[in-house]
Design a protein around this ligand. Structure first.
Ligand code: SAM
Length: 278
């Protein structure tokens, strides 16, 4: 039965990869290998572990977009029940390989954040979608995923995720930002700028400046991924119908950004959001 489910997932994944270029990238061996060896928590994740430490032992956790399991080794020992899910079969296989010895009871499943129908309503106390996993789907699908997360999460349960920060990438599209007194640095910066513009021909500094979100190809994994970037104020608005008590954190320092000024002036390429399901 298990083999049949795995074979069906592989077939389904193969068909999806034709349509979904990001899924294809997240299924290539170099990218899977990269995530399989990541270990460290990001500072904002450490902050949230400290914040929730006393509640985690009673929590059933869903680790969405678990990838190669970077967060698994930190959260699995702390929570009551842990389920890791990823839409890439290859990521799930890598994660199984990584943890089958150390955590034989671990539950790792293939699944898509846009359709969590394998889970009942009100199933989880804590849902994590870390390291920007939410950013690899379209705008409409992102809203669907947020609906699904709020459905499978318990009322009052936590949702913690990160998302790319449009404010931070905006200046990268302005050629003036790449000039420096050092001619070599200017040269390197302008080459990178040319790449960024070359792979994002429909976007300009001006168009980004006048939008609250954009999907673009950045340098991660050699410009292969289409990545959603959003302003913090817009992300908060997007969350508000379904989530409450929304807090924003710098990924680099792990500190909370408490004012709009803090968020706008933060140059982190992604920010973390902690909120509770309404
Ligand atoms: C940047 S990696 C992060 C992996 C892992 N969470 C970590 O922190 O190292 C993003 C992960 O999200 C997964 N992902 C992207 N979109 C997804 C979706 N719609 N449903 C489930 N997983 C998704 C990718 O396959 C990939 O493993």
């Amino acid at each position: 039965m298990k083999v049949r489910i795995l074979l069906l997932s592989i077939l389904f994944n193969g068909l999806n990869m034709i349509k979904d270029k990001n899924l294809k990238t997240y299924s290539t061996s170099d990218v899977v290998n990269y995530y399989q060896y990541l270990q460290q928590l990001q500072p904002a994740e450490e902050t949230v572990i400290k914040l929730l430490r006393s509640e985690l032992p009673n929590m059933k956790m869903l680790d969405l977009g678990v990838g190669g399991g970077r967060t698994t080794q930190h959260f699995f020992p702390l929570v009551k029940e842990y389920i890791g899910v990823d839409y890439s079969v290859d990521m799930i296989k890598a994660c199984q390989e990584r943890f089958s010895q150390s955590y034989p009871s671990i539950q790792l499943r293939v699944g898509d954040g846009r359709d969590l129908s394998q889970f009942e309503d009100n199933s989880f106390d804590f849902i994590l979608f870390s390291f920007n996993g939410l950013d690899y789907i379209s705008h409409e699908d992102r809203l669907k995923a947020l609906q699904e997360i709020s459905r499978v999460g318990k009322s009052g349960g936590y949702f913690f995720f990160s998302s790319h920060h449009l404010q931070a990438i905006e200046k990268e599209f302005n050629w003036r930002h790449h000039l420096s007194l050092n001619p070599f640095k200017t040269y390197v910066n302008l080459v990178m700028f040319a790449f960024l513009r070359g792979v994002n021909t429909s976007l300009t500094y001006r168009s980004i400046k006048h939008n609250n979100y954009a999907i673009l190809r950045d340098e991660s994994h050699n410009f292969r991924l289409r990545t959603y970037y959003i302003r913090a104020s817009e992300q908060i608005k997007q969350l508000e119908p379904l989530f409450k008590d929304i807090k924003v954190y710098s990924w680099k320092t792990g500190l909370e950004l408490t004012t709009n000024h803090n968020m706008v002036s933060c140059s982190d390429m992604w920010l973390y959001y902690l909120c509770r399901i309404k």
